[in-house]
Design a protein around this ligand. Structure first.
Ligand code: DON
Length: 307
């Protein structure tokens, strides 16, 4: 069997082995996400030479949700630099749920850019460019990471905009601490739109591979963000990407990762690969049950733990 066939074969085996792991439920606090097919399970891997491997429902579209957060953090770091971004959002694991009021005592800054509070601020930090309004800039940046033009699922956007009072409350609370760069209503609208950008597991694996490859998309060969930005994003993903499950994840799987409530999950093997899974049923931390099981098995079987 060729090396390429062996990769596809292991993804297919993970699909078969973990495809009916029980437990978890698709998120439904955003009503539209509750309509997802709980049995859809896609896996994808993109290597540093730009090869794309997949198994199962790897081309089924879903909304990116929180998996957007590391990429918009990367955009903010590229545009504003680490010192400026760090004035507004920290880099400490919150140990709390993704939607917690995690504002640092003293500074009032959100704990990190991977939880909702920090991501709303990160999104709000992206300025309009002379030729491109802020949201277009966000959308194009996500598209450069994915290697294709992406769009917004308007139904999911509206569904979250109509029910997202907790995020709206977070945004107002952050303004009250003095660390919200724009109007809270505008910040949350832009953040909901960003979360509703449509991707597939193959897109997410390409995006993860771009972080793995020093900010260069291995498929299109475009330098999307500088290498030092990609490295910093991976550091924050390693410590904060799986919310209150981050410590356990780093202990057992040992790869920088990021999950989202629609069921997407990425993991990065620096200088080696980007991996992604899609499976909507989530555990109580908001992480995909089957995605975590498959990535854990891959990490153990192939010795992917970085430490
Ligand atoms: O802000 C929210 O609640 C959603 N748009 C995204 C949350 C999310 O994906 C958390 N991930 N596990």
């Amino acid at each position: 069997m060729s090396a390429a066939d062996a990769v596809t074969d292991s993804l297919k085996r993970m699909r078969a082995e973990f495809g009916d792991v029980p437990g978890g439920r698709p998120a439904d606090y955003i009503p539209q996400l509750g309509l997802a097919d709980p049995d859809a399970f896609g896996l994808a891997l993109v290597s540093m030479d730009g090869h794309r491997y997949s198994a199962g429902e790897a081309e089924v579209p879903f909304t990116i949700q929180s998996v957007s957060k590391p990429f918009i953090y990367a955009l903010a770091l590229s545009v504003l630099g680490l010192d400026e971004v760090s004035r507004w959002v920290g880099a400490e694991p919150s140990g709390d749920a993704f939607n917690a009021i995690s504002l640092e005592p003293g500074t009032g800054r959100p704990a990190n850019a991977m939880v909702n509070a920090g991501a709303i601020v990160t999104t709000a930090l992206i300025p309009d460019a002379p030729d491109e309004p802020a949201f277009e800039r966000i959308l194009h940046c996500l598209g450069r990471f994915a290697g294709r033009e992406l769009d917004v699922d308007e139904e999911v956007f509206t569904s979250e905009a109509m029910t997202g009072d907790r995020n709206r409350a977070l945004a107002y609370l952050i303004r009250a601490t003095g660390t919200m760069p724009v109007d809270p209503v505008l910040a949350v609208d832009r953040y909901f739109r960003q979360c509703a950008v449509r991707v597939t597991a193959l897109d997410l694996a390409t995006m993860a591979a771009t972080l793995a490859y020093g900010g260069v998309n291995p498929v299109t060969r475009e330098q999307v963000v500088p290498a030092e930005v990609a490295a910093r994003v991976l550091a924050v993903m390693a410590t904060c990407g799986m919310y209150d499950g981050s410590g356990e994840w780093l202990l057992r799987i040992g790869l920088p990762a990021k999950s989202g409530v629609s069921g997407g999950l990425i993991a990065v093997g620096p200088a080696r690969f980007g991996l992604a899974t899609y499976s909507p049923p989530l555990d109580t931390s908001g992480n995909s049950v089957r995605g975590q099981a498959a990535l854990r098995a891959l990490s153990e079987r192939y010795g992917l733990h970085l430490m």
